[in-house]
Structure formats: C-alpha cells, structure tokens
Design a protein around this ligand. Structure first.
Ligand code: NAI
Length: 342
C-alpha cells in the first residue's frame, strides 16, 4: 500500500535538503507518495496571504504526516514563528529528538544515545508578551496541568515502548515554583501511578546541562518544557556532531510532522553545503512512525535500508563539510543512494 505524506520544503536550505531526501526515499523504494504544500516565507513568495496557509494545514489533517524543511522566523519583529504556529494549530504536543553517536563522526564522546522529549505547545513559547511601559516589557510563561500531564505520560510511554530505563526531567522549580513546579508535580504523579518501574530523575536544568556536557552517557530520556527543550536539543546535537545529524518529530494524537532540529541556515543556503542527513534521519523516523501506525512492514524495511546506507557512507568517510568531510549536499546524497542495497 502506498502512503501519502505532505512535503513542506521550507525556507533557506529547506528545498535543497528536502530534495535530497525525496531522492533517497524514491531510490530506497519507500512505499510513499507525497503532495507538496508551502509554509513560511516560501508560502508568501508563492502568493499565499499567510505564512501558514489553510491548504497546508488541511493537507496535514487529511494525510496525518508531513516532512517539513525549516522555516525562517524574523528576529525581533516581522511575522511570528510558523514552526510554533504549526505545532499549536495541529496540537503536536510532543517533540522527540533522538541524539546518537554515529560511526565515522568523531566527537568528544562515542556512546551518546539519548532522546530529548520537549513539551511543544506552551511555556514562554506561548508568545504572550506585553509592554507595561516604554521601559518595561514582560513575557508570560504558561503551564497547564493538562499539558504537563500529557507530555509526562507521552515520555514515559515512549520510554516503556523502547525499553529505556530512565526519564530525567530538566526543570527550574526552585525558582519557577508555580510553572515548573506544576510540571514536576505532574511528572512525579504520572511516574508514581503509571510507570513506577522506569526511573524518574528530576534534575535542576543548570546542573543538568553541566552533566550533559561532562558525560552524556548518564542520560537516557531528557524531558523538558518548551524553551528548555529547544536549547537542550541544540546542546545535545553538539555532542554528536552538530545540527547536521539531529533529527526530530513533532507528534500529536492525530498528526505528526517530521523535521530536523536545525533551522533554515541562511548563511549556507543555495551553496550545496547543507548536510541533508538530519532531515533524512527525520524521514526514517517518519517511515518508522508509519510502520507503527499503519502497520506497514515495507516502511519499516525502507527505513532500515536507508539507515544502513547512511551509516555505511559515514563509516567510509563520505561526509559533508560540517562533519569534517569534503562532500557537497548532492555528492553526499549520491553516496547514500549508491549504498542502498537491492
Ligand atoms: P540554524 O540551525 O539555521 O543554523 C545554525 C548554524 O548551523 C549555522 O551556522 C548553519 O549553517 C549550521 N547548520 C544548520 N543546519 C545545517 C545543516 N543541515 N548542514 C550544515 N550546517 C547546518 O539556526 P539559526 O541560524 O539560529 O536560524 C536560522 C533561521 O532558522 C531562523 O530564522 C530561525 O528562526 C529558523 N529556525 C527554524 C527552525 C525550524 O524550522 N524548525 C528551527 C530553528 C531555527
């Protein structure tokens, strides 16, 4: 059975890396078709009135899965984040970002295997900011019991399904006693009531970051509220080779949008320098998600085939420049395709 996903190329390096990924998916015989929809500056450039057109949202609601390139958000002014809006509009409340050491990518640590799970809908990302006077502005951090509880449940269920041993909650409940305090409280309750066999380790986030960069192998699943998760994801990416190798997914009860952790990288856009691997890994996560939710063994097989191919390419030293290699986006894509087995 051929399954359809929505392809959103995005801005900056988005079209280059997503073109590379579509080529690998096709060469790997993934049983997928896609429809293309726009978001971000690319949507405005294509004549849409909004950075998140209704046609894009309704296509995702219809097909339930999307593979998305990064979308630019202007700094201090301009339109709001399309990425944040997409997560909120589709209620994609769990961001999951696996961070793993790769053979052939030399970093300070060689056995990193952790997953950052980020609450994706509230916190300071709620974007509720007010000007009190010309001299004073405030930003409101939102925590709701429902969102804290459902992300806690999602993280423990994920840990249990994947035989993970520990969930570390990064928080700052000593200072943000109400908001982070509610998160801590709900995570403890879900743990004690529903998942007592998985270890729960509450960690104050500043000390947690220090421990992450000293010895990431002590962590398994790192659960964070929205802003902490954003920062800890990039920090963790740095432990295994950077943003070029860190995939991600935004998952809700109905829909899922797969995208790399990295942004639109305007500094290298259009130069054949971008590493398509993070989005390719996100696409293998999408295949595995479809394998689980639509019982598609062919999707599972295609994901495994693609993973073996990029692992083999990296192990043979075929890498893009961000990883210390010499290949451009297109050459690396060809190298992966050449290593796909029959
Ligand atoms: P960025 O992730 O785009 O780039 C940070 C650095 O990493 C740059 O030096 C870039 O060249 C490098 N880099 C990123 N991805 C790479 C790849 N695949 N291969 C090789 N090098 C790579 O972060 P930045 O510069 O803070 O943000 C740029 C824009 O992206 C902003 O407008 C931001 O809002 C947006 N953004 C969008 C995200 C999304 O769509 N989910 C996530 C993060 C940022």
């Amino acid at each position: 059975m051929v399954l359809t996903f929505v392809h959103i190329p995005g801005d900056g390096i988005g079209p280059e890396v997503s073109d590379a990924v579509l080529r690998v998916l096709a060469a790997a015989g993934a049983p997928l078709s896609h429809i293309c929809r726009q978001a971000g500056q690319a949507a405005l450039d294509a004549g849409a009135k909004d950075t998140l057109p209704e046609a894009t949202l309704s296509a995702i609601r219809e097909h339930h899965v999307a593979l998305k390139g990064p979308c630019t958000t202007p700094i201090a002014g301009g339109f709001g984040s399309v990425n944040v809006a997409l997560r909120k509009r589709l209620d994609l409340y769990a961001a999951v970002r696996p961070v793993r050491s790769l053979d052939g990518v030399k970093t300070r640590f060689d056995a990193v295997d952790l997953v950052v799970v980020r609450e994706n809908t509230e916190g300071l990302y709620s974007g509720i900011e007010n000007r009190i006077t010309e001299e004073v502005v405030v930003s409101m951090k939102v925590a709701t019991r429902n969102a804290c509880q459902r992300i806690a449940r999602w993280a423990f269920r994920y840990a249990s399904q994947r035989h993970r041993r520990k969930v570390s909650l990064f928080h700052k409940a000593n200072i943000m006693k109400l908001t982070d305090g509610m998160m801590l409280d709900e995570v403890r309750q879900v743990h004690d009531r529903e998942y007592p066999d998985i270890e729960l380790e509450p960690v104050i986030i500043d000390a947690g970051c220090m421990r992450l960069v000293k010895d990431p192998s002590v962590f398994d699943i790192v659960l964070c509220e929205n802003l902490y998760g954003d920062i800890v994801s990039d920090l963790s990416a740095g432990l295994v080779g950077g943003l070029g190798v860190t995939p991600g997914a935004n998952i809700g009860d109905e829909d899922a949008v797969f995208e790399a952790v990295h942004g639109s990288a305007p500094d290298i856009a259009g130069k054949d320098l971008a590493n398509p691997l993070a989005l390719l890994m996100s696409a293998t996560m999408m295949l595995n998600h479809l394998a689980e939710t639509r019982e598609s063994a062919a999707c599972r097989a295609a994901a495994a085939r693609i993973k073996r191919a990029y692992d083999a390419a990296l192990a043979a030293g075929q890498k893009t420049r961000d990883l210390g290699g010499t290949l451009g986006t297109r050459e690396f894509t060809e190298a992966v395709i050449a290593r796909l087995e029959e």
